[in-house]
Design a protein around this ligand. Structure first.
Ligand SMILES: O=P(O)(O)O[C@H]1[C@H](O)[C@@H](O)[C@H](O)[C@@H](O)[C@@H]1O
Ligand code: MG
Length: 283
C-alpha cells in the first residue's frame, strides 16, 4: 500500500504543476467571470476546466471507481462532499479565484489525498510564484524539494498572523471578522496579512513566514492539502474553539505552536457556517 500512495503523491505533484501551467496561460487571456454563492464568490471557465483536467488525469491513472473525488467545482454542481474511508482526492483547482480574476499574483492548485478519512499527503502549487509545496504523512514538508519548518516564535507580540474576509458579506459576520482582527492587531502583533488563498496561507505558516492562519467559512478543498503541509512542517491544526481540527467544519486555526494558536483562539469571535458534509437541502 505504502508504495501505491507514493506513486499517487508523485503523480499529484505532476498534475498540480500541469494544472498551474494551464492557469498561468489562462491568466494571459480574457477571463469571463461568473458568481456562485454570492456576488463576491467568483468562478471562471478556468476553475471548471482545470478541475476536469485534474480529475480526468487522476481517473486515467488510478482507474475509474476505485478512488473518490471531492472537487470545489463538482460540489458546486451538487456532487457529494462526503469523506468516506475510500481513497479520496480533495481538490481546489484554483484557490484564489478572486486573485486570478484581478491578476493579484497568489493563486494555488491544491490537491490532497485521504484514506480512511485520514489525510495522507497534500500538494499546493503556488503557480504564479512557481513554488511547489508538498508533504506526505510522516515524511516532512517541502517547498521546491527543500525541507520547510514552521517558525519557532512563541511570543505573540513578535508574530505575523494571517486571516481572510471570505465570501459571505452579511454584516453580522463581517462585524465579527473585523472585531476579531481588531483584537488581534491590538494585542499587538507585528502584523496581519492575507494572500487571498487559504492554501498559500497555510504554506506560509508551514515555511515560517507567519505564525498562524485562521479562518471561518473556508471549505475542505481550500485547506486539506495545506493541513498536511502545516503538520509535517511541525505546526498544528485546531478548531477555532480550541478543540480538535475537523476538515469538514469550515473553520480552522493553523499555527506554528500551541502557545500562539491558543492566544489567537482567545480572540476569535465564532460565527456559524454550514458544514461541508451537511445534506444538500441544508446548504
Ligand atoms: O474560492 P477560492 O478562491 O477557491 O477559495 C477562497 C475562498 O473562497 C475564500 O473564502 C477564502 O477567504 C480564500 O482564502 C480561499 O482560498
Ligand atoms: Mg479555494
Amino acid at each position: 500500500m505504502a508504495d501505491q500512495w507514493q506513486e499517487a503523491y508523485d503523480f499529484a505533484v505532476q498534475v498540480a504543476r500541469a494544472a498551474g501551467a494551464v492557469i498561468r496561460k489562462a491568466g494571459e487571456e480574457e477571463i469571463k467571470v461568473q458568481t456562485k454563492s454570492s456576488t463576491v464568490d467568483l468562478v471562471t471557465k478556468t476553475d471548471e476546466r482545470v478541475e476536469k483536467i485534474i480529475i480526468g488525469s487522476l481517473k486515467e491513472q488510478f482507474g475509474e471507481g476505485t478512488h473518490c473525488f471531492i472537487g470545489e467545482e463538482s460540489v458546486s454542481k451538487e456532487e457529494p462532499c462526503i469523506l468516506t474511508d475510500k481513497p479520496t482526492w480533495i481538490i481546489d483547482p484554483v484557490d484564489g479565484t478572486t486573485n486570478f480574476v484581478h491578476g493579484f499574483p497568489f493563486v494555488a492548485v491544491s490537491i490532497a489525498f485521504a484514506v480512511n478519512k485520514e489525510l495522507e499527503f497534500g500538494v499546493v502549487y503556488s503557480c504564479m510564484e512557481d513554488k511547489m509545496y508538498k508533504a506526505r504523512k510522516g515524511q516532512g514538508a517541502f517547498c521546491d524539494d527543500e525541507p520547510i519548518q514552521v517558525s519557532d516564535v512563541k511570543d505573540i507580540h513578535k508574530s505575523i498572523i494571517i486571516s481572510e474576509h471570505g465570501t459571505d458579506r452579511s454584516p453580522e459576520k463581517v462585524q465579527k471578522i473585523f472585531s476579531t482582527m481588531k483584537k488581534i492587531l491590538c494585542i499587538p502583533v507585528h502584523g496581519l496579512r492575507g494572500s487571498g488563498t487559504a492554501a498559500t496561507n497555510m504554506c506560509l505558516v508551514a515555511c515560517g513566514a507567519v505564525e498562524a492562519f485562521f479562518e471561518i467559512g473556508i471549505h475542505c478543498w481550500d485547506i486539506a492539502a495545506g493541513a498536511v503541509i502545516v503538520r509535517e512542517a511541525g505546526g498544528l491544526l485546531l478548531d477555532v474553539d480550541g478543540g480538535p481540527f475537523d476538515l469538514m467544519s469550515r473553520r480552522m486555526v493553523s499555527g506554528n505552536n500551541r502557545v500562539i494558536a491558543n492566544r489567537i483562539i482567545k480572540e476569535i469571535e465564532i460565527f456559524d457556517s454550514v458544514r461541508d458534509d451537511a445534506p444538500i437541502a441544508k446548504k
